[in-house]
Design a protein. Structure first.
Lengths: 210, 530
C-alpha cells in the first residue's frame, strides 16, 4: 500500500470490534442449537403420539427427585451467570469471578447427579439394547432410546458450557474481559441460558411424563 | 500491491493460517477442485461399469461404494459448499464494500472443519469393513445394519455440516453489519442477496441433518432404536428428518449459482438487470418455500394421501420463484447488446440446462409420474441437470467471470470456448440419455442392466467420457493461465459492481477508503439513466 498511514492488520481489527455483530452471530448459533434439539423433539412428539401408554408407564422408572433437583441447580446457575455479567458491567471483578465459579460448580453438580441417575437406571438394566429392555414393549424401548439421546446430548452441552465458562473465568481473571469489553462473557452467558432452557423442556417430557 | 504479495507473505503458512477472506476462498477452491476430480473419476468408473452387461468389470459391492462415495463427495464437498465457500468468501465482502467478513477467524476455522470432514470421509473409505455402500442418503434401516464403515462416513458429513453452518452464520452477520455506508438492502448486488438466502437455509436447516446423522451413529453404536423397526422405531421418520434438511439443501446448492448468473448476465448484456426486486425477493421465497417441500422425495414411502397431495402442490408452488428468475434473466437479455464471452456462454448454458432440470422436476412433482419414475435413471438425470447443469455450470461461469480478478491472470478464451463444446455435448448425451433410460424403466444404483437398456447405456457412457474430457480441458486451461497467463486488467468484462472498481488482484484489505454507495447496482450508463 502506498499510504504511509497503513496500520498492521491486527490493530485494524481491534479498532473495529462490532458488539452488535458478535451478538447477532451468537444468536444465530443458538438458533442452530435449538434446531439441533428440534430434530429430537420432533421424534419425541411422533413417538409419544404413537405410544402414549408406554411413554406414561416408562416415565415412572425415572427418578423425579433427581430430575427436579437438577432443574433447581440449573436455574440457580443461570441466575449466578446473570449476576456475573452484571458484576463485570459494574466493574466488580471479584464478585464476577465468584459468580462464575459458582456457575461452574453448579454445572458440575448437575453432571454428578446425572451420573448417579444414569448409573441407577443402567443398574436396573434399563439401557438401549439391554436384555431387560428388549423384553419390554416397543414404546418403552423408544422412550429410553430418546431419553438417553436427549439427556445425553444435553449433558454434552452442559459439559461444553462449563468449558466455555471456564475460559471466560480465565479471561476475567486475566483482565481480558472488563467493564469496558464484556461481550464475550455475555455471549458465554447466553449459551449457558440456552442449556438451561433446553433442560426446562426435557424435565416435563421425560420425568413428568408419567 | 495485491493480497497475493502484500507484506511479502509467502509460503504455505501464509495461506493455511490466513484469516483473509480472499485467501480462504482460494483455499476452498483448491480443495474443491481436487475433490471434484476424485468424484468425476469415480463417475467415469461407474460409466465404464455400465458399458457391459452380465460380466461386470467391478464387483457389485464396489459399484455400491462408487455411487455412495461419488454422491457424498459431490454433494457435501463440491456442489453444496461450492459457490458460497469459494465466491461467497472471496466476493461477498468486496461487493458489500467491506474489508473482510464479520468473523475472520471463525471463517478460517470453517475451512479447517471442511478439511477435517473431508478427511474423515476419505478415511472411511480405507478403514473398517469397506467404504459405505448406502448411497449418499444413508437411509435407515439399511444404514443401521450394513457392516460397512457408515459411522465414520456419517460423522465426516456431520463435521462438513458444522463447517457449512458456521459459514452461513458468518455471512448473515456480515451482510447485516458490514455493508458500506449508503448500501441499503435494495442497493446490494444480487449475488449478495442470493448468498443471504442461502446462508439462512444453511443456519436453519443444517442442524437437522446434524442430529439425524448423530442418531444414525448412536443407532449403530448403542442401538437406541429410534429408526429401527425391530425396536418400535420408524425408518420413515429417518426419511422425514433427512429430507427436512436435504431438500432445502438443494437450494443451498442452486441459489448462489443463480446469484452468480445474475451478476454475469447484466455485465455481458451491458444492461441493467430486469426486475431487481423480484430477483432479490424470489431468493428469499425459494429459501422459505424450499423448506416446505421435503415430502416430495417420499411419495412412495407410505405417507398419507393427503400429505402426498399437499407436498405435491407445494412442489409446484416452489417452481414459481425459480421461474421468476429465469424470466428476469431472459428479459434482461432482451434488447441488450449481448457479448458471448466464455462466462456468458456458460451462464446461458446454465439457463438452458437448468430449465430442463426444473421442468423434469415439475414432472416428478405430479404424483402419478413420480410413482412411475421413482428410483429410476430419470431421477438421476433430473438432479444432474439441476445440480451439475445448474450449480456446476454456474460454478464454471462464476469461475470464468471472476478468475481474472481473483488471480490477476487472463486465461485463453478460445480454449475455454472449445472446452465448452465437449462439456455441452457430453453432458446432454449422458444425462438426457439417463432421462430416457429412466422413463423406459432402468432403475438407479444397479451395477448392471438388462439388454434393452444396453444401447442407451452405451450412449450415456460415451457422453460421460466426452464430458470428463471437456472438464479436464476446462481446468487445464485455467491452471495454465495461473502460471503463464498474461496480466489481467482491472475490469476485463466491463462490470459495474464494486469488485471491478478495485485493483486486480484485490489489495489486502480490499478498499483503502471504504466506498460510499450512492446508487443502485447495475447502472451501466449513469448519464443516460439520469
Amino acid at each position: 500500500m502506498s499510504s504511509p498511514a497503513a496500520t498492521p492488520p491486527l490493530v485494524h481489527r481491534e479498532s473495529h470490534k462490532d458488539y452488535e455483530g458478535s451478538k447477532l452471530g451468537m444468536w444465530l448459533f443458538l438458533f442452530t442449537e435449538i434446531i439441533l434439539f428440534g430434530g429430537l423433539f420432533i421424534l419425541y412428539s411422533a413417538y409419544r403420539a404413537r405410544y402414549p401408554l408406554e411413554f406414561h408407564e416408562a416415565g415412572q422408572h425415572l427418578n423425579v427427585v433427581i430430575g427436579v433437583a437438577n432443574t433447581i441447580i440449573l436455574l440457580t446457575s443461570s441466575l449466578t451467570v446473570a449476576f456475573a455479567i452484571t458484576a463485570i458491567q459494574k466493574g466488580a471483578r471479584t464478585i464476577c469471578l465468584c459468580c462464575l465459579s459458582a456457575t461452574i460448580v453448579l454445572g458440575a453438580a448437575f453432571l454428578v447427579n446425572k451420573y448417579i441417575e444414569w448409573s441407577g437406571e443402567i443398574g436396573h438394566g434399563l439401557y438401549p439394547n439391554s436384555p431387560v429392555l428388549m423384553q419390554r414393549p416397543h414404546g418403552d424401548q423408544i422412550f429410553f432410546g430418546l431419553y438417553y439421546s436427549m439427556t445425553g446430548l444435553h449433558g454434552l452441552h452442559v459439559f461444553a458450557g462449563i468449558a466455555v465458562l471456564s475460559i471466560m473465568l480465565g479471561l476475567v481473571a486475566g483482565k481480558r474481559i472488563t467493564s469496558a469489553d464484556f461481550s464475550k462473557l455475555e455471549n458465554g452467558g447466553l449459551y449457558w441460558h440456552l442449556v438451561d432452557v433446553i433442560w426446562i423442556f426435557l424435565l416435563p417430557l421425560f420425568y413428568l411424563a408419567a | 500491491m495485491s493480497y497475493l504479495t502484500e507484506g511479502g507473505r509467502k509460503g504455505i503458512r501464509s495461506w493455511i493460517l490466513s484469516t483473509d477472506h480472499k485467501r480462504i476462498g482460494i483455499l476452498y477452491l483448491a480443495t474443491m477442485v481436487f475433490l471434484f476430480f476424485i468424484a468425476v473419476t469415480i463417475g467415469v468408473l461407474m460409466r465404464i461399469e455400465q458399458l457391459t452387461t452380465g460380466h461386470p468389470l467391478f464387483a457389485p459391492q464396489t459399484y455400491n461404494a462408487f455411487f455412495t462415495v461419488h454422491g457424498v463427495i459431490m454433494i457435501f464437498m463440491f456442489v453444496l459448499p461450492g459457490l458460497p465457500a469459494v465466491f461467497g468468501n472471496f466476493f461477498l465482502p468486496i461487493m458489500l464494500g467491506a474489508k473482510d467478513v464479520s468473523f475472520p477467524r471463525l471463517n478460517l476455522m470453517s475451512w479447517y472443519f471442511f478439511i477435517a470432514g473431508a478427511s474423515i470421509v476419505v478415511a472411511s473409505l480405507f478403514t473398517g469393513k469397506g467404504p459405505p455402500d448406502t448411497g449418499w442418503t444413508f437411509y435407515a434401516p439399511f444404514s443401521l445394519e450394513t457392516g460397512t464403515n457408515v459411522s465414520l462416513g456419517v460423522f465426516g458429513a456431520f463435521v462438513l455440516g458444522l463447517s457449512s453452518i458456521l459459514t452461513g452464520l458468518n455471512f448473515i452477520t456480515t451482510i447485516h453489519r458490514l455493508r458500506a455506508p449508503g448500501m441499503t438492502w435494495h442497493r446490494m448486488p444480487l449475488f449478495a442477496w442470493s448468498v443471504y438466502g442461502t446462508a439462512w437455509i444453511q443456519v436453519l436447516a443444517t442442524p437437522i441433518i446434524g442430529i439425524t446423522l448423530l442418531l444414525v451413529i448412536a443407532e449403530r453404536v448403542f442401538g437406541i432404536g429410534v429408526f429401527d423397526p425391530a425396536k418400535g422405531g420408524d425408518p420413515v421418520l429417518y426419511q422425514h428428518l433427512f429430507w427436512i434438511y436435504s431438500h432445502p439443501a438443494v437450494y443451498i446448492m442452486i441459489l448462489p449459482a443463480m446469484g452468480a448468473i445474475t451478476e454475469i448476465i447484466p455485465t455481458f448484456a451491458h444492461k441493467t438487470i430486469f426486475g431487481y426486486r423480484a430477483i432479490a425477493y424470489s431468493s428469499l421465497a425459494i429459501a422459505f418455500l424450499g423448506s416446505l417441500v421435503w415430502g416430495h422425495h417420499m411419495f412412495t414411502s407410505g405417507m398419507s394421501e393427503m400429505a402426498n397431495l399437499i407436498f405435491s402442490l407445494l412442489t409446484f408452488i416452489v417452481a414459481v420463484p425459480s421461474a421468476i428468475k429465469v424470466f428476469n434473466w431472459t428479459a434482461t437479455l432482451h434488447k441488450g447488446s449481448i457479448e458471448v464471452k466464455p462466462p456468458m456462454l456458460f451462464a446461458l448454458t446454465f439457463i438452458f440446462l437448468f430449465a430442463i432440470g426444473g421442468l423434469t422436476g415439475l414432472m416428478q412433482g405430479a404424483l402419478a409420474i413420480n410413482v412411475q419414475v421413482h428410483d429410476t435413471y430419470f431421477i438421476v438425470g433430473h438432479f444432474h441437470y439441476v445440480m451439475f447443469g445448474g450449480t456446476g455450470m454456474g460454478f464454471f461461469a462464476a469461475l470464468l467471470y471472476w478468475f481474472p480478478k481473483m488471480f490477476g491472470k487472463t486465461y485463453n478464451q478460445k480454449i475455454a470456448v472449445l472446452a465448452w463444446v465437449p462439456i455441452f455435448i457430453g453432458f446432454n448425451m449422458l444425462y438426457f440419455g439417463m432421462l430416457v433410460l429412466g422413463y423406459m424403466g432402468m432403475p438407479r444404483r444397479y451395477f448392471t442392466h438388462l439388454p434393452q437398456y444396453h444401447t442407451g447405456q452405451i450412449i450415456a457412457s460415451i457422453g460421460g467420457f466426452i464430458l470428463a474430457a471437456g472438464l479436464v480441458m476446462f481446468f487445464a486451461n485455467l491452471i495454465v493461465a495461473l502460471f503463464k497467463g498474461k496480466k489481467a486488467e482491472q475490469n476485463p468484462w466491463g462490470g459495474v459492481t464494486l469488485e471491478w472498481q478495485i485493483s486486480t488482484p484485490p489489495p489486502l484489505e480490499n478498499f483503502s477508503v471504504i466506498p460510499e454507495i450512492k446508487d443502485r447496482p447495475y447502472v451501466f450508463n449513469p448519464e443516460a439513466t439520469r
